[in-house]
Design a protein around this ligand. Structure first.
Ligand code: PMP
Length: 364
C-alpha cells in the first residue's frame, strides 16, 4: 500500500479527466484547420478556455495556453527589462535576468516596505514588473496579495502572480483582485502535464512571445496546441469542487495535530501564518530530510523535501533559509501536501512510520 502525500508536486488525475482525454484521442486533427474536424477540435479548445476562465473568474479571451507554468512564468516576464520578484519564487522566475529580489520574513511573507522602497527608487520607464507567488509551494504560506496589488497600483507597475499552488485550493477572483497576469498549471489541479496558462487582464501588456511560428494563441504562443493536455486541463478545472476545500483544511489540521501530539519534536513551519488548506512543511529534529524521505518511501509514503521541481535533488530548503531559519533546520524539513484522495487514517500511519524510523535512527 502506498500513501501519496505529494499533491504539490503533481495531483493524481481524476478518472473523468482520463476518460474525457481518451475520447478526444480518437478525434484526429489540428485545431487550426478550417475543415469540420479542425473546427470541432477548436471548439474543444475554446470549451477548455471557458472552463479555465470560470475557475479563475477572468475573461475567457485573456487565457493564453502554454505548455505549463514554467513557460507561462517565462512568457509573463519575457518582455520586461526589470523584474522585481520575491526571494522564494519558483526557479522559472528566480532564474530570470535583471531581477531585483524582495526578502521574506520569518512568517514567510514578503517585506512590503522593501517592495515600496524598490518601487520608489526604480526608473519605471524601463519596463518594470512585480512578480510574487500567490502561495509558496514548500510552506503553503499565502502572500498578502491584496496589499501587494494596492502597492503596485500606486506605483503603476504591472503585477504578475504565480498561482500554481493556489488555484483550486483558494477562491481566486482574478478580475476582482485586480491582478494583471497570473500563471496556472494543469497537472497541479488534476489535469495532465503539458498544459498551463498565462491569464492576462489585457493583451496590451508587454508580452514578448517566447516562440515564433504559426501565430496560435493570438501570436503569443506559436505551435500546434497540445489539445489532449489542454482539454484535460479544462475538464480538471470543471471538476474542481471548492466546497471540498474546507474538508481538506480540516484534514491538514488533523495531520498536524497528530504529528505534534506524537512528541517527536516535530515543528510546523509558519504554523501561525496564513497557509494553503492542503500543505505543511514539517521539521523533524535529529534526522536529515533526505534520510527521512528515503525511510518514509520504504514505509510506503510519497513525500518530498521542499520543492520537487528540480527533481532528484534533496537539498536544504532554500525557502526556509530565506525565511531566516538555520541550515540545520532547512536540511530537516519534509513537505506534506494533501489532496482529496487522502484521509485521516494516513495521519496515524504517518505517525507510526515516523516513530519506527526515528527509533531505528536511535533518535527516540
Ligand atoms: N510554480 C510553482 C509555484 C510550482 O510549484 C511549479 C511546479 N512545481 C511551477 C511553477 C512549474 O510548473 P510546471 O510543472 O507546470 O512547469
Amino acid at each position: 500500500m502506498r500513501y501519496y502525500l505529494d499533491y504539490n508536486a503533481s495531483a493524481p488525475m481524476d478518472e473523468r479527466v482520463k476518460s474525457y482525454v481518451k475520447e478526444i484521442m480518437d478525434m484526429h486533427g489540428n485545431p487550426s484547420s478550417i475543415h469540420t474536424k479542425g473546427r470541432k477540435l477548436k471548439d474543444l479548445l475554446e470549451i477548455s478556455r471557458q472552463r479555465i476562465a470560470l475557475l479563475t473568474k477572468c475573461n475567457q479571451k485573456n487565457v493564453i495556453f502554454t505548455s505549463g507554468a514554467t513557460e507561462a512564468n517565462n512568457l509573463a516576464l519575457n518582455g520586461y527589462k526589470k523584474k522585481i520578484v520575491s526571494i522564494i519564487e519558483h526557479e522559472s522566475i528566480k532564474k530570470q535576468k535583471n531581477t531585483i529580489t524582495i526578502d521574506v520574513n520569518k512568517e514567510g511573507y514578503i517585506d512590503l516596505v522593501m517592495l515600496e522602497n524598490i518601487l520608489q527608487s526604480i526608473n519605471k520607464k524601463e519596463g518594470v514588473i512585480v512578480s510574487v507567488m500567490f502561495a509558496n509551494n514548500e510552506t503553503g504560506i499565502i502572500q498578502p496579495i491584496e496589499k501587494i496589488i494596492k502597492i503596485t497600483k500606486i506605483y503603476q507597475v504591472p503585477f504578475h502572480t504565480d498561482a500554481v499552488q493556489a488555484v483550486g485550493r483558494l477562491n481566486i477572483n482574478f478580475l476582482k483582485l485586480g491582478i494583471d497576469m497570473m500563471t496556472i498549471s494543469s497537472h497541479k489541479i488534476g489535469g495532465p502535464s503539458g498544459a498551463g496558462a498565462l491569464i492576462v487582464n489585457s493583451k496590451k501588456h508587454i508580452l514578448k512571445p517566447l516562440l515564433l511560428g504559426g501565430d496560435q494563441e493570438d501570436s503569443l504562443r506559436s505551435g500546434t496546441e497540445p489539445l489532449l493536455a489542454i482539454a484535460g486541463f479544462g475538464q480538471a478545472a470543471e471538476l474542481l469542487d471548492m466546497k471540498k476545500i474546507e474538508k481538506l483544511k480540516a484534514l491538514r489540521m488533523a495531520f498536524e495535530k497528530k504529528l505534534k501530539k506524537a512528541k517527536l519534536g516535530i515543528q510546523i513551519i509558519g504554523e501561525n501564518s496564513n497557509r494553503l488548506p492542503n500543505t505543511f512543511l514539517m521539521y523533524t529534529p535529529g534526522i536529515k530530510a533526505e534520510d527521512l524521505l528515503i525511510a518514509l518511501d520504504l514505509e510506503g509514503f510519497d513525500v518530498s523535501t521542499g520543492s520537487a521541481c528540480s527533481s532528484g535533488k534533496a537539498e536544504p530548503s532554500m525557502v526556509l533559509k530565506r525565511m531566516g531559519y538555520p541550515k540545520k533546520m532547512a536540511s530537516g524539513v519534509i513537505r506534506i501536501s494533501l489532496g482529496l484522495y487522502n484521509d485521516i487514517s494516513e495521519a496515524d500511519m504517518l505517525v507510526n512510520a515516523l516513530k519506527k524510523i526515528l527509533k531505528r535512527f536511535g533518535k527516540i
